[in-house]
Design a protein around this ligand. Structure first.
Ligand SMILES: Nc1nc2c(ncn2[C@@H]2O[C@H](COP(=O)(O)OP(=O)(O)OP(=O)(O)O)[C@@H](O)[C@H]2O)c(=O)[nH]1
Ligand SMILES: [Mg+2]
Ligand SMILES: [Zn+2]
Length: 364
């Protein structure tokens, strides 16, 4: 095998429209005239990006100035490329404003959100019949998706492993009010047509979920070929081997785009609390009737939330998960406040260095 970078995914004659390019993108791009072309990042391999462009794809590096500013494109980003095929070089020189950002707060990352993917319309939260089907885990995923600006769909996979799949849907219905739930077997192809409504041209869907739930299998089924390697090891506790290691965007037959992700080992909730409020609207409504407006629903007198638990209206485990996520949010926000100061300092250092380089004429 050669060491030179290879395209990691499809090489298709796609149109910009298929890639989700719209008026907003066109407006943001309109300030670029000259040898620049638009593209969309399909895959990142260390320092090289696989970028879909009108009619196909190219491998591109990023410009020195983006690197110095610490602005790295994510899968799904619309980018501006300096395309010089005659010189054998294509460079990403700018990232267009992101419409949605799907990120996860990661411990040890200075409390900042790590961008998983950008410009995602819909997130399929994939779970599988069996031990992975867990309300607490789903609530956490829902909070992360809500915070991203994308809309969630819960996909229960491996329905072929149970006698009566309708019980699976019933199991999670209490937490999925208003959220579409589909139950499929990616392996056998059963129920796949239920996801058709989301597979429309220009729509970008990201698949998330634990390792082994069948995300890549679903991609293979939709592409009607084995482009993604799938694993036979079942890994529900996050300790095993993850099959997919690279995040990658695919163009489906319907014209929709789908991003396969590695199984998420750890989903932090990030620093945006809106995802939690959207996931627990029932608790927020109850909280409006608590005696104290800053009630933490722990020991306070006149707590309407605790009362709902004793009355059997709200399950204790749901409240516990809510309180756990709120504590995590407070912690992440505090960490971020500290981390941001540090990052700002680093960023200004980068900008200062860039200005110096420009003055010295070192900048291309
Ligand atoms: N019985 C059954 N097995 C399935 C189904 N979908 C996937 N599998 C199996 O589950 C295993 C894991 O599937 P993958 O598609 O690799 O899972 P993944 O979510 O992509 O895993 P990571 O890439 O590690 O995140 C494989 O052995 C698949 O054949 C299904 O609908 N039914
Ligand atoms: Mg996979
Ligand atoms: Zn309360």
């Amino acid at each position: 095998m050669s060491n030179s970078p290879q395209h990691c995914g499809q090489h298709l004659p796609v149109s910009l429209e298929t890639l989700g390019w719209d008026d907003e993108c066109a407006l943001a791009f309109s300030k670029y005239t000259g040898p620049y072309i638009p593209g969309r990042v399909a895959c990142r391999q260390r320092t090289v990006y696989d970028v879909f462009i009108e009619g196909g794809s190219v491998l591109a590096g990023i410009s020195g100035s983006l690197r110095k500013l610490g602005r790295f494109p994510a899968v799904g980003d619309f980018v501006v490329l300096l395309h010089r095929p005659e010189a054998g070089a294509t460079t990403i020189i700018d990232i267009l404003p992101r419409k949605t950002v799907f990120s996860r707060g990661v411990a040890g990352n200075e409390g900042t959100d790590q961008v998983i993917a950008a410009n995602i319309t819909t997130v399929f939260i994939v779970t599988a019949a069996g031990p992975d089907l867990n309300a607490r885990r789903l609530e956490r995923y829902l909070a992360v998706v809500h915070a991203s600006g994308a809309s969630p769909v819960i996909v229960i996979n491996k329905s072929d492993l149970v006698k009566d799949p309708s019980t699976l849907v019933a199991e999670i219905s209490p937490l999925s009010a208003g959220i579409p739930v589909v139950c499929i077997s990616a392996l056998k192809g059963t129920g796949i047509s239920q996801i058709d409504p989301w597979l429309t041209p220009g729509i970008t869907i990201a698949l998330i979920g634990s390792s082994g739930v069948g995300k890549s299998t679903l991609i293979n089924t939709l592409l009607e070929k084995s482009v993604q390697e799938t694993t036979v090891t079942r890994d529900y506790d996050g300790k095993g081997r993850h099959k997919t290691t690279v995040r990658q965007m695919f163009v489906l037959k319907s014209g929709a785009l789908m991003i396969d992700n590695p199984g998420l080992r750890e989903v932090g909730i990030g620093t945006d609390g809106s995802g939690i409020s959207d996931t627990f609207p029932d608790i927020l409504e109850l909280a409006g009737s608590c005696r104290f407006s800053d009630c933490r629903h722990e020991q306070e007198p006149g707590c309407a939330v605790r009362e709902a638990v004793s009355d059997g209206i709200l399950s204790l485990s749901r409240l516990d998960n809510y309180l756990r996520l709120m504590r995590e949010l407070a912690f992440e926000q505090e960490k971020s406040a500290i981390g941001l100061v540090r990052i700002e300092r680093k960023r200004w250092k980068g900008i200062g260095k860039l200005a110096k380089d420009i003055r010295k004429g070192k900048w291309e």
